[in-house]
Every structure is written in C-alpha cells, then in structure tokens.
Design a protein around this ligand. Structure first.
Ligand code: ZN
Length: 69
C-alpha cells in the first residue's frame, strides 16, 4: 500500500496532474491524459515511458521495455 503522504506529492510527469491508485497502478486524473503508471514492489514507477494509456494492452510487464511511440 502506498502512503497517502507519498500520493500527495506524486503527479503525472506528463501533465502534472495528481494520480490515484487503482489496483496495481496509479492513474492520472487528467481526463485528457489518463496515463496509468505501474506499481512495482510497492514503488510507483512515475515514468512516461513506463506508463500506458487506458484501453491499451499493458506493455510494461515485459521487463520494462517499451518500444512504442
Ligand atoms: Zn497525466
């Protein structure tokens, strides 16, 4: 579980909007952005390269390699 104090300082690195935990990921609350950041071993990975957009299949589970874009 992520501490609320940590959540308070976590923002989407892309749009600077706050994120909200949903399952095993953090979801950007900006509807126009909506990137989902994975949480690995309790540590949120706040990297745009590691994030995915809603509706896209997860591609960050394969060793963190992201060939999209
Ligand atoms: Zn965002």
């Amino acid at each position: 579980m992520i501490e609320k104090a940590l959540l308070d300082i976590l923002v989407c690195p892309k749009c600077k909007t706050t994120v909200k935990p949903e399952g095993d990921q953090l979801v950007c609350q900006n509807a126009a952005c909506g990137l989902c950041y994975p949480i690995r071993n309790g540590i949120p990975i706040m990297l745009i390269d590691e994030a995915r957009k809603p509706g896209e299949p997860p591609h960050f589970d394969a060793g963190g390699v992201n060939h999209s874009v």
